[in-house]
Design a protein around this ligand. Structure first.
Ligand code: HPA
Length: 238
């Protein structure tokens, strides 16, 4: 079996999936955290892997950037591969002055202007929720691992927010109490709701309005460790 965008069979993928945006980060996670790893996808270089994390079978698959790319990959995993749980692990811009670089955020609801939900299934809501079941596990796991997380609403932007010029998202931030900005959670949450599945999103702050430091590639990689471990350990406890 394969789909338009994946080349593996149902039995090759776990029903527990971690999705980083970057396929090379999927490779990094598979190589550094999983044992008995098998690469399951190469189509369009959207690398995917299945292996064992502390004995539990978990898959790590890239989502690509933006609502449409995440929309395609998470839809196919939920709909055609019987995947039940997807945790997105990504980076974000921090809107709230309380957020510092490298803080870890668990997304509660995400707001987007996107028409993805309407175009897919006439879902007109612009503020969509992640899964309570997964969020409770993630919060419980964070406490037991001593990882400090903040929970709040997110803005899934269709434009990389540092590039926004004429349009100012300040009204959205206030109205929907968004503390972060990224570009993928909206389609993941819509797909999960439509297909009766579970979705969550753990973000690491990679840029803020207040701190203009440019983060090195190495620093970015190392500092994502908390989010990666939190995602994997939470799946372990399901
Ligand atoms: N906006 C949107 N997506 C992002 C950002 C941002 O500031 N940082 C990392 N991904």
């Amino acid at each position: 079996m394969s789909t338009i965008h994946f080349e593996f069979n149902k039995e090759d993928v776990s029903d527990l999936v971690i999705m980083p945006g970057d396929p090379l980060r999927a490779k990094y996670i598979a190589e550094n955290y999983l044992s008995n790893v098998k690469q399951i996808n190469r189509t369009r270089n959207m690398f995917g892997y299945t292996g064992l994390y502390k004995g539990k079978r978990i898959s790590v698959i890239g989502s690509g950037m933006g609502i449409p790319s995440m929309g395609i990959y998470s839809y196919e995993l939920y709909k055609f591969y019987d995947v039940k749980n997807i945790i997105r692990i990504g980076t974000c811009g921090g809107y709230s002055p309380d957020l510092k670089l490298f803080d870890v955020v668990l997304v509660d609801k995400t707001y987007s202007d996107s028409n993805y939900g309407f175009n897919l299934c006439k879902n007109k809501s612009k503020l969509v929720s992640s899964s309570n079941i997964l969020n409770n596990k993630i919060e419980e796991t964070a406490i037991s691992l001593g990882i400090n997380i903040k929970k709040g609403n997110n803005h899934t932007s269709e434009v990389f927010t540092p590039y926004i010029d004429s349009y100012n998202p300040i009204k959205i931030i206030k109205k929907y109490k968004c503390i972060t900005s990224e570009m993928e959670a909206f389609s993941l949450f819509i797909n999960a709701e439509l297909l009766g599945k579970e979705s969550a999103c753990i973000l690491t702050v990679s840029d803020t309005q207040l701190d203009k430091r440019v983060i090195s590639k190495e620093e970015r990689e190392k500092k994502l460790t908390d989010a990666i471990i939190l995602g994997l350990e939470s799946l372990l406890r399901l």
